[in-house]
Design a binder for this molecule. Sequence first.
Ligand SMILES: Cc1cc2nc3c(=O)[nH]c(=O)nc-3n(C[C@H](O)[C@H](O)[C@H](O)COP(=O)(O)OP(=O)(O)OC[C@H]3O[C@@H](n4cnc5c(N)ncnc54)[C@H](O)[C@@H]3O)c2cc1C
Length: 391
Amino acid sequence: MEELVPKYDLFIQKHLFPIEKEIIYGSFKSNLPRLQALREIAKKEGLFAPHLSLHEGGLGLELMEFARISEVLGKSPLGHYIFNCQAPDIGNMELLHQFANEMLKEKYLVPLQRGDIRSCFAMTEPNNAGSNPVHLSTRATLEGNEYVINGHKWFTSSADGANFTIVMAITDPDNPNPYQRASMLLVPLDNPGYQLVRNIPIMGDIGDDYMSHGEVTFTNCRVPSSYLIGKEGQGFALAQERLGPGRIHHCMRWIGICERALDLMCRRALDRELDPGKPLSSQQTIQNWIAESAADIKASRLLVLETAYQIQHFGAKSAKEDISTIKFFVSGVMMKIIDRAIQVHGALGITDDTVLSFWYRHERGAKIYDGPDEVHKSVLARRILKSYSKP
Ligand SMILES: Cc1cc2nc3c(=O)[nH]c(=O)nc-3n(C[C@H](O)[C@H](O)[C@H](O)COP(=O)(O)OP(=O)(O)OC[C@H]3O[C@@H](n4cnc5c(N)ncnc54)[C@H](O)[C@@H]3O)c2cc1C
């Protein structure tokens, strides 16, 4: 497995670094043929979809092994997409693989795994606090053998151009257990009851296609009851399953971003001269930032791999606090290192002439999505405080 790491590294350096700025600061949609051509090269080199089993056309990697690859792919904003292991599709693949019926698997999972279609995940609502996952207004009511869905969602990432969404909707509003009120349903996006209202601008960048965040509505949107994923009322249980390994993928991708930002920081510090023969790197503050960033990256990697080990061997439930810890720790490290790298670049750092401004704008959300950092800190703090409680 370790021999795979330099192969992915070489691929992204050779094929992605030279073109990434043109695509992330331009139109993703109009570059789809170019991106598809790169996916074909990845397939030919036997590197496509590393997270899938051999039987499904992947590399059959364990979670910890895929984590190492995810770190390398994170160095380019296009890395995960090219190898078809990008969020939210990777999470949806896992969900469908584990819980969908055979009909849904054949119709939606197989083309998703091949990279022929894309998907999205619609849970968060503009009118309810997303940090309380049970606080949802979207309803799905069973009428005969169809569910009728009504609701308003936003931050449905990558909805633009997706083939289907998995929507979280309340199916049993009176259940005394709020965690058993919601279900997950697959909705094909050519459904007349579905509408993509807009792509939401993120700090001035509206994005398109895969690189976008949609506001969407469901108005008397009908799907067959066989489009239910898992069982009715299992929505939150399935969401938990989706999020455990998902946090490992995100965190390792963030570490890849940190490594690239540190690399750019070092190169600039060595090249930029304050005076002839006096590079920025001669300054102690810059040296401190470089050393602190390297240490933060190493600490993050060890924490995430330890959590991946725990999930891989004992299940996501046993690693609840560790998963919360890596979520807020690594997102904090990432934002700190991106910010330092920008500072070292001076005015150049805030331009779109490097990838840093893209990450500064788009990765700020990392402290908010998958549960705001504050919620994860409370999970960890409560566990620690519990050990002090009187018998
Ligand atoms: C880039 C990005 C991509 C996303 N992609 C998706 C997607 O594909 N599908 C999807 O369904 N959703 C997605 N989301 C939405 C995301 O899941 C929500 O934004 C998140 O759950 C927080 O909900 P909220 O935005 O409503 O914030 P709110 O719940 O309104 O919280 C606002 C703030 O309050 C604070 N806070 C909240 N709870 C607590 C607490 N218990 N203790 C202390 N402070 C607290 C936090 O600082 C938080 O940031 C995405 C979000 C972003 C930013």
